[in-house]
Design a protein around this ligand. Structure first.
Ligand code: BGC
Length: 367
């Protein structure tokens, strides 16, 4: 060995270097042209590793998203590495950087902040990694796919449902987190439903604010303010999700107005479905998370393999920078009357869970 010629030694070192480079990271990779940058492609010989960067796992729905996504990815032979940023933009960006340096094949991001998460997309693209924006759009960048529900329609369903049941009166608007682009889409849809009645003078918006970070405690404080300012003279509260609806209902309860003032929500969280059948929350919007998570896992694996997914996207959504290929799933309006045929029929929650607090003689017959 010591006697090995210098040129032979250099060749040996080079061979080891090339071998290490070829096997580095999680998979066998080659670069293929994608839009925005050269993209990593897993040619199927190595296990696909997906980085799933979640904003939060606080609301019930996100735990379902995570579990269902991992389940489907596993079925397809992929591994998922999950991070949770707990609502911290900087932390989310660091976690994404970390996943990129671990050599993941592709990133799936639920951004806490649709604007600052653009850095994640840019960094990933520089490293040849594709990015899927999951449920929430990422602005100022070019994610490779946006998969979500029709969020404007979620807001439209909320606004039009409350309007149908309270066509005249004082309305309060409680939006979601201002950092979440979805919150704006929900508001757009709510206003599309409410504006004609506002213009006619049938309803009046007597308070309008946004619950920072989607926190129930913030919604409770805002609704408390709204009630104080209006001497409790409020007929309907357009709340954008179930978590914040919980806060709004606590504020109503402290004034014995729960079940009297209409309240909307979204996500079909178990506690919200219970409130709907018990009468303190008027409606929620059910979003089939199973379909979203499983479809997202399937398309993510296909993207990581470099497959053409253009037939999977059903539209484009402009994020301020470009038209992003998107797949949007239909949301479903849920109230007391159709709980059995929607959330329960779909197996999202069971009959026994939802009607747990309702006396047996007041429950609908089990199907
Ligand atoms: C999601 C909602 C969720 C909210 C708070 C939104 O982006 O679309 O389903 O309730 O974030 O986490």
């Amino acid at each position: 060995m010591l006697k090995m010629k210098k040129s032979a030694l250099i060749s040996a070192v080079c061979a080891v270097f090339i071998f290490v480079m070829a096997t580095a990271g999680c998979s066998n990779l080659k670069l293929k042209k994608g839009w925005g940058s050269d993209k990593k492609v897993n040619d199927g010989r190595g296990k696909i590793v997906i980085g799933l960067c979640m904003d939060t796992l606080q609301e019930e729905r996100w735990q379902k998203d995570r579990d269902l996504f991992i389940e489907r990815a596993k079925e397809l032979g992929a591994e998922v590495r999950v991070t949770e940023a707990a609502g911290d933009d900087e932390l989310q960006n660091k976690q994404a950087d970390n996943l990129i340096s671990q050599g993941v094949d592709i990133l799936v991001v639920v951004p806490h902040n649709g604007v600052t998460a653009a850095k994640i997309v840019d960094k990933a693209h520089r490293d040849g990694i594709k990015v899927v924006a999951y449920d929430r759009l990422i602005n100022n960048s070019r994610p490779d796919l946006y998969i979500s529900f029709d969020n404007e329609k979620v807001g439209y369903i909320q606004g039009s449902y409350l309007l149908k049941h309270k066509p005249v009166g004082n309305y309060v608007l409680i939006g979601g987190a201002p950092t979440d682009f979805n919150a704006k889409l929900f508001r757009d849809g709510q206003m599309r439903a409410l504006q004609p009645a506002i213009d006619k003078g049938d309803i009046k918006i007597v308070f309008d604010d946004w619950a920072e970070d989607w926190k129930a405690s913030n919604a409770r404080r805002l609704v408390d303010n709204a009630l104080t300012i209006n001497n409790d003279n409020v007929d309907a509260i357009v709340v954008s999700n179930d978590g914040t609806a919980g806060g709004a209902i606590q504020a109503l309860k402290s004034r014995k107005l729960d079940g009297i003032v209409l309240v909307s929500g979204q996500d079909a969280d178990l506690v919200a479905c219970q409130r709907v059948v018990e009468g303190t929350q008027t409606m929620t919007v059910y979003k089939p998370i199973r379909k979203l998570a499983r479809t997202a896992a399937e398309i993510t694996v296909a993207l990581a393999k470099g497959e053409d997914i253009s037939d999977r996207a059903n539209q484009t959504v402009n994020n301020g920078t470009a038209d992003i290929p998107s797949l949007l799933i239909e949301p479903v309006q849920v109230d007391k009357a159709n709980m059995m045929d929607t959330v329960i029929a779909d197996g999202f929650h069971t009959y026994d869970e939802i009607y747990r607090n309702v006396p047996e003689d007041k429950r609908p017959p089990k199907k």
